[in-house]
Design a protein around this ligand. Structure first.
Ligand SMILES: C[S@@+](CC[C@H](N)C(=O)[O-])C[C@H]1O[C@@H](n2cnc3c(N)ncnc32)[C@H](O)[C@@H]1O
Length: 209
């Protein structure tokens, strides 16, 4: 796979990825190179690959339980799933996407970075898949209520949905919380999460009934 010139990793990336920073840099290179060429990410995403993609997704990493089994729904180019597998070598991540060319890209990244012991790739519509994982993650896939519906079939009882939200969801937090609570989800919160030296994003968390 070809890579492209990648902006240098900002200082916060060392703290997030530790001795896997080299792998994170290689992944950033694949996103900026073949990822842009094939339209997996937009043409202008290369210049903001660290802040908008790798580090934005990394804010979920500290909140994952030890040795968690994680399903990343609508993973696209591997966001946040690949970032989480890189930042947390103890977790096992399944990347799920319905689109063949995105799944092909994900398989190539996993092979290229030799991540096959910690990442599996599945082509499926999330709502048709059945799993029993500890955590479901998602970013920019569907509205939270829909995602929660899909996640019932992916999480074990007591497992947690963790969604990196846009500002629109954050502004609608009261209504989203009320709707998920009505549907039986527990401990529903939408709170800004920050990681030292990294941007802040609203994260929705909800526990499966
Ligand atoms: C806007 S992209 C976001 C990709 C990535 N999560 C990110 O933040 O860059 C949405 C992705 O969700 C996938 N997708 C949409 N509906 C899906 C479904 N029902 N099941 C699985 N994947 C789905 C699309 O194929 C696409 O790759």
């Amino acid at each position: 796979m070809s890579t492209a010139l990648v902006p240098p990793a900002p200082p916060a990336a060392s703290a997030v990825f530790g001795d896997r920073l080299g792998l994170a840099e290689a992944y950033a290179g694949l996103l900026c190179g073949v990822g842009v060429e094939r339209g997996i990410v937009g043409p202008r995403e290369g210049e903001r690959v660290w802040e908008r993609h790798l580090l934005n997704c990394a804010i979920l990493a500290p909140g994952l339980p030890r040795d968690a089994r994680v399903t990343d729904v609508g993973s696209g180019g591997g966001l946040p799933g690949i970032v989480l597998a890189l930042a947390r070598p103890d977790v096992r991540v399944t990347l799920v996407d319905s689109m063949a060319r995105r799944v092909a890209f994900l398989n190539e990244v996993v092979a290229e970075l030799a991540l096959d012991s910690s990442i599996a790739v599945v082509r499926a519509r999330a709502e048709e898949l059945r799993r029993s994982d500890d955590v479901v993650t998602a970013r920019a896939v569907a509205d939270p209520v829909r995602l929660a519906g899909w996640s019932r079939g992916l999480l074990r009882p007591g497992g947690e949905l963790q969604v990196l939200c846009g500002e629109a969801v954050a502004q609608d937090a009261v209504a989203v919380r009320a709707e998920l609570t009505k549907r039986g989800w527990r401990s529903v919160s939408i709170e800004p999460v920050a990681l030292e030296g990294i941007n802040v994003s609203p994260v929705l968390r909800a526990t499966r009934p």
